[in-house]
Design a protein around this ligand. Structure first.
Ligand code: FAD
Ligand code: SF4
Length: 338
């Protein structure tokens, strides 16, 4: 048992004061990821700052017609909130595709963004892992890499980001409101997570002494034509091999705007705006969906055990576009869209 100090923050300023100048301190929200990492001796914080008492639990309307989601809103409350389910169903669908009901009750919105990879070697402290211990090597490169990346990887790390929620937030072009010692700032969702490069130990562009306050959704929610398609080894309680979030704006049979993001394939949700533009002003057509899928997957390279993901992702993109265009989304749970 490794000892640590526990403090409970009562205000955001308390939380920032407790973490300032303290690289070995960590915030804890639902604890569904951090506690596991501590039990496995992968995270060893000297100080754990409980932020569950902070006033970050509301979902509020914004002046621009969107919603602001407090960082402590539980994943289940978010998925079943009627405003989310009716105006941003791709987000409800993605949330309900993740984890289990019990985990979603505990997991927070902010914590979901910061959950760490599920790469097998990251969790096995007897193996090399540059993300866990920089400079030790990457056990997955030559190991069992079935769940690993096909896009955006580096020779230092081929891990994927495991979140479902973040794939939907990428399609929705959400923003992340954070605060820290240098004040408040807003991070575009596309810039929040990083590719591994030479520093795979750094997952995001959030500074270690900053806290997430909220996620903001713009007004456009693609409520009529969307889907979240998650392909995995079991129908529940499994991380994505490949997932696809799609939002389409249609005028009659013509696509006016397409947004497509992939999960399970890279160190961050994967989006290629140039590929989406191939669908602009096009009629709904399987051939065009295939062309867009090829553009999204350009440069994809697999490893010994995961090259199948390239074919799987292409088929998943085409199917997801068909579902979204026909207004028949993949419903993860009958309760999702009520
Ligand atoms: C068995 C299992 C299966 C799962 N399956 C899925 C799945 O299929 N899909 C999926 O998407 N997820 C899945 N998850 C992951 C789950 O969604 C995350 O563990 C959860 O979202 C993390 O939220 P939390 O509040 O519990 O975070 P915590 O564990 O409390 O914190 C995680 C990290 O975030 C930091 N943090 C938390 N809140 C803030 C904040 N406001 N500001 C700054 N830092 C913060 C903490 O310091 C910590 O580093 C699964 C988890 C488990 C255990
Ligand atoms: S892929 Fe990344 S997380 Fe997995 S072993 Fe390699 S360095 Fe570690």
């Amino acid at each position: 048992m490794i000892g640590f100090e526990y403090v409970k923050a009562r205000a955001v300023s308390d939380a920032l004061g407790a973490i300032a100048g303290n690289p070995d301190a960590r915030f804890i929200a639902g604890g569904t990821n951090l506690i596991d990492l501590m039990k496995e001796n992968i995270a060893r914080p000297r100080k754990v700052i409980d932020i569950t008492g902070l006033p970050l639990t509301e979902i509020e309307e914004t002046e621009s017609g969107g919603l602001r989601i407090g960082a402590l809103v539980p994943n289940s409350d978010l998925a079943y909130d009627q405003r989310i389910a009716s105006r941003y169903p791709v987000l409800s669908s993605a949330l309900l595709a993740g984890a289990s009901a019990q985990l979603r009750n505990m997991a927070s919105t902010g914590g979901n963004l910061l959950q760490r990879t599920r790469c097998l070697y990251f969790y096995d402290t007897t193996t090399a892992c540059n993300k866990r211990e920089p400079g030790t090597g990457c056990g997955a490169l030559e190991g069992f890499n079935r769940m690993n990346a096909i896009l955006g990887w580096s020779n230092a790390c081929i891990a994927v980001h495991p979140s479902d929620m973040c794939v939907a937030l990428t399609v929705l072009e959400a923003t992340v409101n954070v605060t820290g010692p240098h004040g408040d700032r807003t991070i575009l969702f596309a810039d929040f997570h990083r590719l591994p490069g030479d520093t795979p130990e750094i997952d995001t562009n959030l500074a270690p002494d900053e806290i997430i306050l909220a996620i903001e959704l713009p007004a456009e929610g693609f409520a009529a034509n969307y889907t979240y398609l998650k392909l995995r080894d079991r129908m529940s309680y499994a991380f994505a091999l490949v997932s696809v979030a799609v939002g389409l704006s249609l005028e009659g049979d013509t696509i006016k705007e397409a947004r497509i993001a992939l999960g399970g394939v890279a160190h961050k949700p994967w989006r290629v705006p140039e590929a989406e533009k191939l669908l602009t002003d096009k009629a709904r057509s399987r051939a065009d969906y295939g062309e867009a899928a090829d553009a999204i997957l350009e440069g994809a390279i697999g490893f010994a055990h995961n090259s199948f993901k390239i074919v799987l992702a292409r088929r998943a993109i085409v199917r997801a576009l068909e579902q979204a265009a026909s207004g028949t989304p993949q419903i993860q749970s009958e309760k999702a869209i009520r």
